[in-house]
Design a protein around this ligand. Structure first.
Ligand code: ATP
Ligand code: MG
Length: 759
């Protein structure tokens, strides 16, 4: 049994306990995920059929990595394990069972954009104020209802909920939820929360289906159990009810999705649900140096709500945590990029050994710029996924319509793109007709002459015929030939081809890229079914991580802390440690939200194996204004003996901050205000007061010939610093350039006078 050699005694005991309920609640880096991986391999080695194993992970990426490791022990059989995220696994099951609950097998998955667009349309129809009924708020409310398994009917019957909505001046939420659910149903579409909600409906309503899956999944495992919501909890509980071979692992200190309905109680109640549960403790952290573990422990000790845990490391002491102060977000980017270049060379590391973690996606911009400037290759995770790009969504909307013509969001998206003379009024008429006659939009489109007149009837009817012709094509052609046919005959390819701008070209290339992907899929030999409908099935569930073409590429990883859960990197940078950013401004109103924010910081710190860098800026652009920032309270909470305060001298010089006591440089000024929950007010200051009077030009700066200047190029100005050309107008020698300078914003310059060089 040497394949279990890489486990310590408690890990091994947990792996070998294959029968009955098992729970592991343990700190970061203690090998929880490793236990699940080995446990699956062990089960298969013990003769369990991989088809009988269900493993639920938090990201598709985690599932993929686990499968690869298991493959090394058990070989190709590992392909048959049911392993993936809750959403992808239950979407797969719903594809088989959907008709039972009134959905087509080819149901569409509405992504966040589709959901919001549908909600906006409903708000408009109901004549509701979209400020009061902010679409994100409405979405959040519906999502939370679904994740607590409250149907629209129950919502509208529930007096407490209705009273709460009325008290908040949003008495129509129940009506919106009802209409939204009806619209999704009519369109044959499920949103993300429906994938779990409808699975519960299915398992609840159809005992024979439940029975089938209970016997199929003889062994269940759930990673990151602390972040499951009620809907997920119930699915797992139902599926495990017969065999009770269920193993969950998690860490209450890493629960970071309460804002999306995750319920930390699920982990705390496990013992109540399964009184004979075997609990295993893992206390040794194998990931990080003693210094990092020490720092992480000092952070989480500030939270009142937590399970007692003793986490230690036997690894080397390691270096102290470096804290850097920058005077602006751009300066912070520079510091990080330079530190990566230096450390890589000094310690002979690869770029992929580095990760930069931030609280919000918007922070990536200044980091990306700085990395580009130093030619540091990077990969942005969780940003706009390839499949979220407009042109890709447009073409995919045609694919969606081809397989599910009732898909209303897809229909609205492309009925007049590329332009074919179907104006908003006509679309409105179609919607009104559908509502009045209780029809689907597609029924109106396919019978346009009955509902519309003249020219618009003809255009709409032609559109309907075109979609029908796509359906015919799809029946007899490969995925690639169908996709190519649709790209050409819908007019999308031509439309993008005719757009000769840089962006237009990029969009055209993206479509090519999608078609290439479909071609590869068409030619795969390991699949029996490879029609375009199969390719399409779960595209809405794909994120950037899954589109990872070359996982071995040597690039620095950039991602939000939320996306970094479960991962590890030799060197980690956590940036933007400022009040109102991290902890986020929205979290400062209650202890529980602040504690969640602190757990997020704990997650970030515990991603680091060897070296951790923290940084903050004393000023930052947010929502278009320059704000003075104060260092995060989290910096104060770290054990001071783990920190290295050696500030970058250049930063210290350029900084105009006045916090600086020699001892603890980030001590907040308004510490005396007493109430830690009071919102510090960001001060808006004049840009001129914080920026250095003159940009310090790059050494050897010599204005170069700008005759070749083009829109999109990066430039350096002797005084204004770095920027990007966003427009050029006028004729030589009076060409005027509009340049967006990173520090100063937009400026117009006459090229013949500007001291500018192309970088
Ligand atoms: P997190 O809470 O961040 O998800 P985790 O508890 O899931 O962490 P793992 O990712 O499984 O921890 O393990 C952390 C690191 O420690 C991994 O690199 C893993 O391979 C290593 N590790 C775990 N247990 C052992 C062991 N017994 N011997 C050697 N390395 C180990
Ligand atoms: Mg893990």
């Amino acid at each position: 049994m040497d394949y279990l050699a890489g486990l310590n005694p408690s890990q091994r005991a947990a792996v070998e306990q294959i029968k009955g309920p098992v729970m592991i609640v343990a700190g970061a880096g203690s090998g929880k995920t490793r236990v699940i991986t080995y446990r699956v391999a062990h089960l298969i080695r013990q003769g369990v059929d991989p088809f009988n194993i269900l493993v639920l992970t938090f990201t598709n990426k985690a599932a993929k990595e686990m499968r690869e490791r298991i493959m090394k022990v058990v070989g190709a059989e590992a392909k048959n394990i049911w392993m993936g995220t809750f959403h992808s696994i239950f979407a797969r099951i719903l594809r088989v069972e959907a008709e039972l609950i009134g959905y087509p097998k080819n149901f569409t998955i509405y992504d966040t954009d589709d959901t919001k667009s549908l909600l906006r349309a409903i708000l408009k129809e109901l004549n509701l104020d979209d400020k009061l009924y902010n679409v994100n708020h409405v979405y959040g409310r519906i999502s939370s209802a679904k994740n607590n398994l409250i149907s629209p009917q129950e919502y509208n019957k529930n007096e407490a909920i209705m009273a709460e909505d009325i008290a908040n001046g949003r008495g129509q939420l129940g009506q919106i939820y009802m209409t939204y659910a009806q619209r999704c149903y009519r369109a044959g579409a499920m949103d993300f929360d429906d994938l779990l909600f409808k699975t519960n409906v299915l398992l609840n309503k159809y005992p024979d289906v439940l029975h089938k899956y209970q016997h199929q999944f003889k062994y269940l495992m759930v990673d990151e159990y602390q972040d499951t919501n009620f809907s997920q909890y119930l699915i797992v509980k139902r599926l495990a009810a017969v065999n009770e071979n269920i193993c969950v692992v998690g860490d209450d200190a890493q629960s970071i999705y309460a804002f999306r309905g995750a319920n930390i109680q699920n982990i705390l109640n496990f013992q109540k649900d399964y009184p004979d549960v075997k609990v295993f403790k893992l206390e040794q952290n194998y990931r990080s140096t003693k210094m990092i573990v020490n720092a992480a422990n000092s952070i989480i000790a500030n939270n009142k709500n937590q399970l007692e845990k003793n986490v230690f490391s036997d690894n080397e002491d390691g270096e102290k945590i470096k804290v850097a102060r920058a005077f602006s977000d751009n300066e912070e980017g520079k510091i990080v990029a330079e530190a990566i270049s230096q450390e890589k060379a000094l310690k002979s590391l690869n770029y992929k050994d580095f990760a930069i973690l931030y609280r919000t996606n918007a922070q990536s911009r200044s980091l990306e710029e700085a990395l580009r400037k130093l030619n540091v290759p990077y990969k942005l995770y969780g940003g706009t996924s390839f499949y979220q790009r407009k042109e890709i969504k447009d073409l995919i909307a045609y694919f969606r319509l081809t397989f599910n013509p009732n898909d209303e969001e897809a229909l609205k998206r492309v009925i007049n793109y590329p332009r074919r003379g179907i104006g908003d009024t006509t679309v409105e008429k179609i919607m009104v007709a559908a509502d009045q006659q209780q029809l689907r939009l597609w029924d109106v489109v396919a019978n346009a002459q009955m509902f519309l007149d003249g020219r618009s009837a003809a255009s709409v009817s032609n559109f309907g015929l075109m979609i029908q012709s796509f359906q015919a094509t799809a029946k007899t052609n490969t995925a690639f030939d169908t996709a190519m046919h649709i790209a050409q005959h819908s007019g999308i390819l031509k439309d993008l081809y005719e757009d000769k701008s840089v962006e237009g070209l990029a969009r055209y290339e993206n479509i090519q890229e999608l078609l290439n992907g479909i071609k590869e899929f068409s030619e795969r030999e390991d699949l029996e079914e490879k029609g375009l409908d199969i390719f399409m099935q779960d595209i809405a569930l794909l994120t950037n991580d899954d589109n990872d073409k070359d996982p071995n590429a040597d690039t620095v990883s950039l991602m939000t802390i939320h996306a970094s859960k479960g991962l590890e990197f030799p060197v980690v940078f956590i940036v933007g440690l400022e009040e109102n950013l991290f902890p986020s401004q929205l979290s400062l109103n209650s202890r529980s939200e602040l504690e969640e924010e602190r757990r997020l910081f704990y997650v970030a710190v515990t991603r680091a194996e060897k070296k951790l860098h923290l940084s903050y800026a004393t000023s930052r652009y947010r929502w278009g204004t320059l704000n003075n920032c104060e260092p995060s309270r989290f910096l104060d909470e770290l054990n001071p003996s783990t920190l290295d305060l050696d500030f970058n001298p250049r930063t210290a010089m350029a900084s105009n901050d006045d916090f600086g006591s020699e001892r603890v440089k980030w001590q907040r000024k308004e510490e005396s205000s007493g109430d830690m929950f009071s919102k510090p007010k960001p001060k808006v200051i004049k840009t001129t007061s914080i920026l250095p009077k003159a940009h310090k030009p790059t050494e050897g700066f010599a204005p170069s010939d700008t005759s070749g200047l083009q829109v999109g190029m990066e430039v350096e100005h002797e005084r204004f610093g770095f920027g990007k050309v966003i427009n050029l107008e006028g004729n030589k020698p009076d060409v005027k350039a509009t340049i967006f300078f990173k520090e100063l914003g937009q400026k117009q310059l006459l090229l013949k006078f500007a001291k500018l060089r192309i970088v």
